[in-house]
Structures are given as structure tokens and as C-alpha cells.
Design a protein around this ligand. Structure first.
Ligand code: KG4
Ligand code: ZN
Length: 342
């Protein structure tokens, strides 16, 4: 018999995603993004995102079903991101999932967005060895998670105490006159720059900070340091060496992220590190994580960039895992929870 066919809906931020999987096999990953509508604001505007989800959800749903060559009747369960995320944006996905579930008489699973970022890796690399450590870095979150059991046991070890890593990329890009979202252009510029050109600070790595914040991150001081450095250049009437600033900033972020992620693995005796979230698409982060992990025999799993950023496939992947693990579906009155804990 075939494994169950699971549809996943994601609307927690600015991507409207509908993915369809069977077991660990990805059949469709339809996505509509409102990122261009947010670009002129330099960040995601919640009201704009909600409206864009409303317009995109039905066509994206239709496209996913077409791409997979199935109909709603063929689907065995619907999974949807119930949180965390933008309240109004989440509501669109949750309402759509309930509507489709009710109309087609399917079970619905409200899932956690962060756990879904971890689960998506199973579509690329198969079942996740447990326990694992997950480093999730995106525009909205930067978390280090302990994954004892993907279905029921994901716990936070640490998180950012101010800006998310992706937010820092976006703000520094803006400072350098690069387009939004800032991660990809910084990644590109950094290739022509020197990572050791400017010694930017590594947040929460001093011994006094490590005591209370061993697995937490802070990127707001780094962002300010970059801003001050750039302003000083401009005041002096000197050109800003964009590639060097990009490379040095990127190195500071990746250095802290990878050293803390690997410290978490070593602390718990864990041999698998999973990266996820939009910033996991960063080429330096991937290279540095692999280089440092290899020293301790830790294996790094990173899904391809398209699966690292928000999408419906990740939600379907987690839904598929929950169904396979025999977890009961959610009630049809499941709420969207913008601050949903793990
Ligand atoms: O996971 P995601 O699509 O959405 C959120 O849940 O936030 O992540 C988007 C973030 C943005 O801040 C973007 O600048 C960042 O991921 N990003 C990158 C790269 N590609 C996307 N950051 C660094 N390097 C990249 N190559
Ligand atoms: Zn995300």
C-alpha cells in the first residue's frame, strides 16, 4: 500500500506555500511570494502579507494539486502552520486548511513552523537521526533546538535575544545600499571581499555572556557596529568597501552560529546537526558548519536552498511525519497562535 498523501499549507510570513508529499517524497511545492511588495519598506509589512495570502492561497493550492497530479479527494491529511508567525498571515492558512478539511472530510494537523523547518530535511536526506541539534536561522527566528523526537520532542536550547540572523542580513544590506531581502546580495558581495578585513563583534561569546547565554544569540550589537563603521567611512569621505564589509559581517554571523551549534552538539554528545531557515541558504554558513563539524565527527544536513526558506513542503513533511508516528490530528477549531511554543 502507498504511504499517505499529505498536503501542507504555509502562510506564517510572506510566502504562501502549498506542498504535497508522500512519505519522504516531494510531489509538489507551489509558492507565491509577496516579497517584492515588501521590498520598498525594507521588511515584511504584516497587513500587506495577509492580503497577499488571501489572494494567493486558492491559486497556489490549485497549482500544487495540479503539479502533483492529484485532487483534494486523494489527499489523506492536511497540515498547516498554526504558529509562530504573523497573526493575520497565519489566520489565512489556518482558515483555508479548515475549509478544505471540512469540505473534503480530511483530518487537519496544526503544526509548529520551527519544527517544520527541521522536518523538511527528511525530504532531501530521509529520516532524521535522533537526537539531533537543529540550527534555525531566518528573518523571523534564530534558534538552536534539541530534536529528541521530531513528532513530539523538539525543545529550544537557545534563541536570539534581539534581532534574528536574517533580520541582521536585511538591515546590513539596507545600510550598504543592497536590495531586500539582504541575505542573497550580501552572500554574493562577500565572495569578492575579505572575511578578516574588519573585526566585527561576536555577540554573546564573551565568558561572562556564555554563563547565562551559552546557546543564545545577539545580532543587534553587530548591526550597530557595522552601521558605525560605515558611517565613519562616509563621514571621512572615503568609499565604503562593500565586499569587505559584507564578508566581515557575514563571517561574524556565521562564526557565532556555527560555534554555538557545534558546542550544543558536543555538549549533548549529538552527531547530527541540521540547518534550516532562509539564512541556511548562506554559502559561508554551510561551508563553515561542515568544516567545523567534521573535526568532531558531526554530520551536517542542509536541505537545498529552496527548501530552507519558507514553503509548503516543509509543513507537508512534518505532517507526513506526524501521521506516520500515529499522532492524533488537531481539532477543527484549532487556533492560529502567533507565539506558539514548541
Ligand atoms: O525562512 P525565510 O524565508 O523566512 C522567514 O521565516 O523569515 O528566511 C528569510 C531570511 C531573510 O532575512 C533573508 O535575507 C535570509 O533569510 N536569507 C539569507 C540568504 N538567503 C536568504 N541570508 C543569508 N544568506 C543567504 N544566502
Ligand atoms: Zn521560517
Amino acid at each position: 500500500a502507498d504511504e499517505p498523501l499529505i498536503l501542507g499549507i504555509e502562510t506564517s510570513c510572506d510566502e504562501t506555500g502549498v506542498g504535497i508529499v508522500r512519505g519522504h517524497t516531494l510531489l509538489a511545492d507551489a509558492i507565491a511570494s509577496s516579497v517584492e511588495e515588501h521590498a520598498r519598506f525594507g521588511g515584511v509589512v504584516p497587513e500587506v502579507a495577509s492580503r497577499a495570502h488571501l489572494e494567493a492561497i486558492v491559486p497556489t493550492m490549485r497549482r500544487a494539486l495540479d503539479d502533483a497530479g492529484v485532487t483534494l479527494a486523494d489527499i489523506d491529511a492536511i497540515a498547516v502552520t498554526a504558529g509562530p508567525g504573523l497573526a493575520g498571515a497565519l489566520l489565512v492558512g489556518v482558515a483555508a486548511a479548515k475549509g478544505y478539511a471540512l469540505a473534503a472530510d480530511k483530518p487537519v494537523y496544526g503544526v509548529n513552523h520551527l519544527a517544520a523547518h527541521v522536518a523538511v530535511d527528511t525530504l532531501e536526506h530521509g529520516p532524521l537521526p535522533e537526537p539531533a541539534i537543529a540550527l534555525l536561522v531566518s528573518g523571523g527566528h534564530s534558534s538552536l533546538l534539541l530534536v529528541d523526537d521530531l513528532a513530539t520532542g523538539v525543545t529550544p536550547l537557545g534563541a536570539t535575544i534581539d534581532d534574528a540572523a536574517g533580520e541582521a542580513f536585511d538591515k546590513v544590506a539596507r545600510l550598504l545600499g543592497l536590495p531586500f531581502p539582504g541575505g542573497p546580495p550580501i552572500d554574493r558581495e562577500a565572495r569578492a571581499g575579505a572575511a578578516d578585513a574588519i573585526p566585527f563583534p561576536r555577540g554573546l561569546t564573551a565568558p561572562k555572556d556564555l554563563a547565562a547565554h551559552r546557546f543564545d544569540f545577539s545580532f543587534s550589537g553587530l548591526k550597530t557596529a557595522v552601521a558605525r563603521w560605515v558611517e565613519a567611512k562616509q563621514r571621512a569621505g572615503e568609499p565604503v568597501p562593500v565586499p569587505d564589509v559584507a564578508a566581515s559581517f557575514q563571517e561574524a554571523v556565521c562564526d557565532v552560529l556555527t560555534s554555538k551549534a557545534i558546542a550544543a552538539c558536543r555538549d549533548r554528545g549529538i552527531e547530527t546537526l541540521v540547518l534550516g531557515g532562509g539564512v541556511a541558504a548562506n554559502s559561508r554558513l554551510r561551508a563553515l558548519a561542515e568544516q567545523r563539524a567534521a573535526k568532531y565527527g558531526i554530520g551536517v544536513r542542509v536541505p537545498r536552498p529552496k527548501l530552507c526558506t519558507d514553503n509548503g513542503a516543509m509543513v507537508a513533511a512534518l505532517g507526513s511525519h506526524l501521521v506516520a508516528a500515529g499522532v492524533a490530528p488537531s481539532r477543527l477549531d484549532l487556533p492560529a497562535d502567533s507565539a506558539m511554543p514548541l
